[in-house]
Design a protein around this ligand. Structure first.
Ligand code: ADP
Ligand code: MG
Length: 268
């Protein structure tokens, strides 16, 4: 017989578990609560687009998933593992640095600003973490890096430095760099907001291809067209709470909440 006490005490991955699960997540800065109990789930292979006005807590939420901020309440789990906490001897402890680094390795993040290392080529940017953090052999890392550059349409620019690339090309290198760690989950924080309009399309195309390949993604974006075409679910956040969520066709075209409607009117 199964001992259910053990399985409820320590969350474990199962087929039906969502890849990302957030439960009543709270986060304050200096006494101001900016996440007021965020609960949402993303199943494996699904794309969630997170919309909301500036200051609503979207970036903070993504940063909490990726260990860049610590939550004050609730819990987040990715692939059945609690973020920041590990089970040892049947009890839950805060993760040590090595455990945090390992968990972060499985969660890729692409920022608004490309954050590439300026003194490294595109290929070196992509291979740095697989070699340095994961200990992959250099030839294998280079081969994989070239494959990923090809996947984001930049096979010819492996030896270019970030300053020689357009913003859109840099962002595609940043996506390839995130993919190089074989993440279970990819987080995007307004990946096209800093780009000139003519460069946005190539980046969105790469993201659409990733989505079609089954990558699990949470995308903070104001690109309503992308959300409509690529998202399985759209979540509208305002003031640190989830105001409305559902399939893109309902949230984007038939918003129920006046705040969602006002926001969509402002960006569409
Ligand atoms: P969004 O990404 O939706 O624009 P953010 O998550 O960046 O919103 O910010 C939500 C709120 O939290 C804002 O009021 C912002 O000023 C505040 N905030 C974010 N990061 C910090 C921080 N490190 N220290 C203090 N306040 C912060
Ligand atoms: Mg933000």
């Amino acid at each position: 017989m199964t001992d259910t006490r053990v399985t409820t005490a320590v969350p474990t991955a199962s087929v039906s578990a969502p890849l990302l699960s957030a439960r009543k997540v709270r986060k304050s800065f200096g006494g101001v609560e900016v996440l007021k109990g965020i609960s949402l789930e993303v199943a494996a292979g699904q794309v969630m687009c997170l919309l909301g006005p500036s200051g609503s807590g979207k970036s903070t939420f993504l940063r909490c998933i990726n260990h860049l901020e610590r939550i004050d309440g609730g819990r987040i789990s990715v692939d059945g593992e609690l973020i920041g906490y590990a089970a040892r001897h049947g009890r839950i402890f805060e993760m040590n640095r090595r455990e945090v680094a390992k968990q972060r390795g499985g969660i890729g993040m692409v920022f608004q600003r490309f954050n590439l290392f300026p003194h490294m080529t595109a290929l070196e940017n992509i291979t740095a973490a697989p070699i340095g953090v994961r200990g992959l052999a250099k030839p294998a890392a280079l081969a994989r890096g070239r494959e990923l550059l090809d996947r984001v349409g930049l096979a010819d620019l492996a030896q270019s430095y970030p300053a020689q690339l357009s913003g859109g090309q840099q962002q595609r290198v940043a996506i390839a760099r995130a993919l190089a760690m074989d993440p279970k989950l990819l987080l995007f924080d307004e990946p096209t907001s800093a780009l000139d309009p003519e460069l946005v399309g190539d980046v969105l195309d790469v993201m659409r291809a990733l989505a079609a390949d089954g990558m699990t993604m949470v995308v903070v974006t104001h690109e309503i067209g992308f959300a409509r075409g690529a998202a399985d679910e759209v979540v509208f956040m305002d003031g640190g709470v989830v105001v409305e969520s559902g399939p893109p066709a309902s949230v984007l075209d038939h918003p129920q909440n006046p705040r969602t409607k006002a926001f969509l009117d402002s960006v569409m």
